[in-house]
Write a protein that binds this ligand. Sequence first.
Ligand SMILES: [Zn+2]
Length: 304
Amino acid sequence: MARTNFYSSEYLDRVSHLRNDQNWLSEQLSSTNTRLIPVWQQNNLIQGTDNVEASILEIIHVETLRSIDVEPVLLGLIEGTAYFTLDVSHIEDPHEHEILGAAGVFEDLRKVGQYIQHEQGNLLAYARGINYWHQRHKFCGVCGSLTRSESAGHQRRCTNETCNTSHFPRTDVACIMLVHDGDRIIMGKSPRFQGKMQSVLAGFLEPGETLEDCVAREVFEEVGVRVTDVEYQHSQPWPFPSSLMVGFRARALDTDITIDEKELLSAEWMSRDELKATTPDSPVQLPRKDSIARRLIEEWLAEG
Ligand SMILES: [Zn+2]
């Protein structure tokens, strides 16, 4: 695959073997080279208006910015430079803050992601995703005691010594599938979609399912169509808040659409010609450019 999906992390060395090396971590946290990516209430720090980019701080600010119960998380190395992230959600108004306010504005990556360069997009998405997990796992799901961050932020452990359960960052797997009948694909409109956007179908994997089972079940539930030839294409981290999108193609065995009205407002078959003719004024708009949905559609359009 020549092109990888946006938010993928091929630039980053995650150095998992160094996450428990306290000497190495201390060195990085005191090195002037090391960088810090702050996240405030799931928003990322951005600068610029015409050219939007991540605002990345020097690690020297970590002690000033951190709250007592939050540890910085090691993201990894890019060309020898260590990147950490820190949740600064405890700061009431970051835009009035001396360091943060001067560095940029906090924005939702879902809004600005498509304008950001790929390597930075990954760092911001990863930072957002891992901080979200920490926020939601302050207490042990087994005994209810407080948990604490371990392994440079890649694990939490229950502080109740009898329980001592380890908790690992969670990723929710979602299948996303282009369903075709040769020259047409199914485009659906979810109540969550903005404006005139339509997209391919998607749904979450359930316990005890294969990915292929999930694709077939979701397509049948959402539009009443049975599929075959379910083929994996590629995947995309989608930490909004914590998903991995796994992309498939599937061939429809029947073409009558019966939508599940709880899941979709509408769904229709659209031909290559109709989709290729889409303009900003068309009644149907394609998904955003940084999404795997867009790529699945564009790859299929390019074949005919
Ligand atoms: Zn516990």
